[in-house]
Design a protein around this ligand. Structure first.
Ligand SMILES: [Mg+2]
Length: 406
């Protein structure tokens, strides 16, 4: 009888360690990065320090009350970023409500200072249990903290979630970027990509390396297909990356700005090294966003001190912060792009920005017609819609843009 009881106790604690019985004792750590633009200073340039102060005060109270383990507040251009660690799992109503109330309080400060677009990303008046579809961008992941747990958080301004497609593909699937894919026996197993069709609201799982061409066939269209999660194919490691895929304009059905994205990536010991995670950003690839969310521009990696978009409200830029986790406490940050090793990327980004700017209102600097549907341009075209005269037959469409699953 005693023997059976001991076996039962051992099994129970093994299950608890795996993260089961979360309500009783969740050993896992959740990292939540939640962001919103609740007021720019001036225009769309950056977050005012008093908004950051207000957010810190609110999250400090939550830490003292034991709701979260730790937090770090920062800005990516005009987006207020709340990084939180806790044991409540992803999609926790308590954590989402905390973020919502923090953004609401920051909005009050923004309104007092008459900052630009105060509260603009909060699409609803009241919180209804989950932030999804309410405006703020969310990247969250839950995992068992390893003996050493490095994480990197990225936050970009003046672009869209698909901006992460190219760098995340390179981090987890390109051996010319990530040496570990060839050298590490664990990374050798490859990674699983969960890709979301943000127009249809569908998700598909594809494995790298064997389904790499399918992955690229989708994510090469970053306005529609967005990498949402990446998982190690070694089950014990689990989730490796999470990206926000919230697209405000698709939710609101009108132009409300681009959905400046955030991402969380775990590193080392069977996962990419920190240097393999930062390496793709040495190439300032072209992304959609910039002025009025209507232009292509290079994504420039910058330290926090340059996390402000001034030239033509840009060019689009990204900050990267590194932390070690210690029982959920955030040891850091290290400002990863505050390194002369990224000077060349910044110089190239500025050259590309200069070249593109000379195109003025012409494509490909301006976005394609399909993307412009979510800007204010249709209202302008409406003004002249009755002035067209028929002079030739209408062209037949070879392929209609639409559902891939019908
Ligand atoms: Mg922004």
């Amino acid at each position: 009888m005693c023997y059976i009881a001991i076996v039962f106790i051992i099994i129970y604690f093994k299950e608890v360690k795996k993260g089961k019985y979360m309500g009783v004792c969740n050993m896992k750590i959740t990292v939540s990065l939640i962001k919103a633009d609740v007021g720019g200073w001036p225009g769309h340039v950056r977050v005012h320090p008093r908004l950051i102060e207000a957010a810190k005060k609110k999250l400090s109270e939550a830490k003292n009350n034991g709701i979260i383990i730790d937090y770090h507040v920062f800005n990516a251009g005009d987006d207020l970023q709340l990084l939180m660690t806790h044991r409540k799992g992803t999609d926790s109503p308590e954590i989402h409500e905390l973020a919502w109330n923090t953004f609401k309080e920051a909005t009050q400060v923004a309104k007092k200072l008459k900052l630009y677009g105060a509260g603009q990303d909060l699409l609803s008046e009241t919180f209804s249990g989950n932030l999804k579809g309410m405006g703020p961008g969310i990247a969250e992941m839950e995992f068992e903290e390893r003996p050493s747990e490095p994480i990197v958080v990225f936050a970009a301004d003046k672009t869209e979630p698909g901006a992460f497609n190219l760098p995340i593909f390179r981090i987890f699937a390109d051996p010319f970027n990530t040496a570990g894919l060839v050298i590490s026996p664990t990374m050798n197993l490859g990674f699983k990509f969960s890709i979301m069709d943000v127009y249809e609201g569908n998700i598909i799982d594809l494995n790298s390396p064997e389904e790499m061409y399918y992955i690229l066939a989708l994510i090469g269209q970053p306005g529609r297909f967005v990498i949402k999660y990446v998982y190690s194919r070694k089950e014990e490691i689990g989730i490796a990356a999470a990206v926000s895929t919230d697209r405000l304009n698709l939710i609101a059905g009108k132009y409300v700005g681009k959905d400046d994205p955030v991402a969380i990536i775990r590193g080392q010991h069977g996962l990419p090294a920190i240097g393999e995670i930062t390496e793709p950003f040495a190439f300032p690839h072209l992304v959609a966003g910039w002025m009025r969310g209507s232009h292509h521009g290079p994504l420039m990696p910058v330290p926090l001190k340059y996390s402000q978009c001034t030239r033509f409200d840009g060019p689009p830029r990204i900050v990267g912060l590194g932390f070690q986790l210690a029982e959920g406490h955030l040891i850091g940050p290290v400002d990863l792009f505050d390194d002369p090793a990224f000077d060349l990327a910044r110089k190239k980004a500025n050259e590309i920005a200069d070249y593109l700017r000379r195109h003025g209102p012409f494509e490909p600097h301006r976005l394609s017609a399909e993307e412009m549907e979510y800007t204010a341009l249709p209202q302008v075209l409406d003004k002249i819609k009755n002035r067209w005269r028929k002079v030739a037959p209408k062209a037949k469409k070879a392929w209609a843009f639409g559902s891939l699953t019908d």
